[in-house]
Design a protein around this ligand. Structure first.
Ligand SMILES: Cc1cc2nc3c(=O)[nH]c(=O)nc-3n(C[C@H](O)[C@H](O)[C@H](O)COP(=O)(O)O)c2cc1C
Length: 218
């Protein structure tokens, strides 16, 4: 694939083939490429924890138990309308592709809850950054992440970045031994996408460039 093909082919996967493992060499190649990402003063501020096998299963079980005991507060109320609208639009698209009606609160929650089982992905990731780093360093973590997603896409692998996972940092720390000096930023599911799941084929629309980019000439 060309770079353009890879960028266009990447999308968030929300159902993985849980019985198809990710070959370690593909993961290692993608990680090695992602390490090439730029960062402020080459600080390379990203830290990624990856859990597979029994560790992944224990992590998902512990997360689901925490979610059921203490359901998440989904952040949307505080968003300005234009961003809240985007959230609602993409939610409608994703849940629509899963066949869940707008007013089906039970169906929606069941689908959302699958976040904390990493959508069945055999590789469960948690992305962290040292507490002393500032916002600008989070940009470096984002560059690492996108490079990783593209490298995974190029190798036929699906992925989903998940802020939902970061809502339960204590569970992540206990299950993965993440030290206090690291801030948990998000989760990351990796595996082979289930091709039979229509929501895995969504092409979520983007703004026209002029809405986000100001070009000034004189
Ligand atoms: C920082 C970040 C956090 C996200 N958190 C979640 C999440 O918790 N659950 C989820 O299903 N998707 C999550 N996503 C995926 C976005 O919904 C998705 O990237 C967006 O709707 C565009 O769709 P696409 O990735 O298929 O192009 C997240 C993406 C990013 C970059």
């Amino acid at each position: 694939m060309t770079l353009e093909d890879v960028v266009r082919a990447r999308r968030s996967t929300r159902k993985f083939l849980s019985d198809r493992p990710v070959p370690r060499h593909l993961l290692d190649e993608a990680l090695e490429l992602a390490m090439r990402a730029p960062s402020n003063s080459n600080t390379q501020p990203w830290h990624l924890y990856l859990a597979t096998g029994a560790r992944r299963d224990r992590l998902a079980t512990a997360l689901l138990a925490a979610v059921d005991e203490n359901p998440p507060v989904i952040r949307s109320a505080g968003l300005p309308p234009r961003f809240a609208d985007r959230r609602a639009e993409s939610g409608a698209l994703v849940y629509g592709a899963m066949g869940i009606a707008r007013d089906d609160a039970v169906g929606r929650w069941a689908a959302q809850r699958r976040n904390w089982e990493f959508f069945g992905a055999p590789v469960a990731g948690v992305v962290c950054m040292h507490r002393e780093f500032a916002d600008v360093d989070a940009l470096g973590v984002g560059m690492f992440l996108q490079t990783l997603l593209l490298a995974l896409t190029d190798r036929g692998l699906g992925s989903c970045v998940q802020v939902s996972i970061a809502l339960y940092p204590d569970v992540l720390r206990a299950q993965l031994g993440i030290p206090d000096e690291l801030r948990v930023l998000c989760g990351l599911s990796i595996g082979y996408a289930d091709p039979a799941f229509p929501a895995n084929h969504l092409d979520v629309p983007r703004n026209p460039v002029v809405e986000n980019v100001v070009s000034l000439e004189s």
